[in-house]
Design a protein around this ligand. Structure first.
Ligand SMILES: Nc1ncnc2c1ncn2[C@@H]1O[C@H](COP(=O)(O)OP(=O)(O)O)[C@@H](O)[C@H]1O
Ligand SMILES: [Mg+2]
Length: 294
């Protein structure tokens, strides 16, 4: 099992979109996938068609499970997972798709509890996932847009960390910060957790011929900052945002259209990098500045 976390302290960059589309894309390609929603806003659940409400549903929330686990209760994760296999029923690739769903009040309470206990508590999710490591090929974790104990918990759980940028400077800064934080996790968890940085997804990009100077600068900035962007970027596309409302990721709803193809290519690059040393990672060439104007 490989655990991927998608992180950036900045909100609205496309973490949730990337998480659910990579997760669903991996399932479509035949893998056994678990999407984990660690953001109190619980949007990954929404994007996969699950919204928790009511008492009995809260008992199935990941926030509740994290709290219980920190109070030394035994938690059987498979009993609270949501099987989202129905999203794959038009395909028979042999993959599976499950979700550990979040909910705001329970996840915020879990966040407070982890915060109080400090860094030594951050491996809690990793320990829970390791108990089910034979059941899944990939876990993809969606994270909150903040420097928080939950974000630290997500990084601690991960084998590989992806960040996401879109054409705005603050997203580049947020990505650089994540890259730095990933490097501290091993020390902060006493060697128990050791995530590796895997690269930056360039999201909401324009076609090269339509790129304005700022987008070119940020794109080149991502390369210069050592963030290792993937060659495949994800274009700005209403089909990606629109798919949220349907609870069906664009990679499935528009599998044979541009969004589906881009996410499939990105997934291929992610899988290749996981197996390669950083020296072999393919990155895009910088774009010559001056070639495009406002
Ligand atoms: N490539 C894209 N094209 C168009 N809209 C996008 C794209 N990526 C994300 N969005 C939209 O932008 C908003 C923020 O994306 P989201 O994935 O929720 O970001 P985050 O999880 O980082 O806050 C959402 O409404 C989403 O549907
Ligand atoms: Mg999000």
């Amino acid at each position: 099992m490989k655990v991927l976390a998608v992180a950036n302290q900045k909100g609205g960059v496309g973490k949730t979109s990337t998480t659910v589309n990579l997760g669903a894309g991996l399932a479509l390609a035949g893998h056994r996938v678990l999407v984990v929603d660690l953001d109190p806003q619980a949007q990954a659940g929404t994007a996969l068609g699950v919204n928790l409400s009511g008492e009995d549903q809260l008992a199935r929330s990941l926030g509740w499970a994290l709290q219980a686990r920190m109070q030394n209760m035994r938690i059987d994760l498979p009993t609270i997972m949501f099987n989202r296999g129905e999203l794959l029923e038009d395909w028979d690739g042999g993959g599976t798709l499950h979700l550990l769903a979040g909910e705001e009040s329970t996840m915020s309470a879990a966040q407070d509890l982890i915060h109080k206990k400090g860094y030594q508590a951050t491996p809690v999710l990793r320990r829970m996932l390791m108990e089910i490591e034979d059941a899944f090929d990939f876990v993809v974790i969606d994270t909150p847009p903040a420097v928080s104990s939950l974000a630290a918990t997500a990084l601690a759980a991960a084998d590989h960390v992806l960040t996401v940028c879109y054409p705005e400077y603050s997203t580049l800064k947020g990505a650089v910060a994540i890259r730095g934080t990933v490097g501290y996790v091993k020390d902060r968890t006493g060697g128990e957790c050791d995530p590796q940085y895997l690269g930056a997804v360039l999201n909401r990009s324009s076609a090269p011929s339509m790129m304005k100077a700022q987008e070119v600068n940020i794109r080149n900035g991502v390369i210069e900052a050592g963030l290792y962007p993937f060659v495949t970027d994800i274009r700005k596309d209403d089909r990606i945002s629109g798919s949220y409302a349907y609870g069906e990721p664009a990679v499935l709803r528009f599998a044979n259209h541009a969004p589906g193809k881009q996410y499939a290519r990105l997934m291929g690059e992610v899988l290749t990098r996981i197996d390669q040393p950083v020296e072999k990672w393919e990155t895009p060439e910088p774009i010559a500045t001056g070639a495009s104007d406002e």
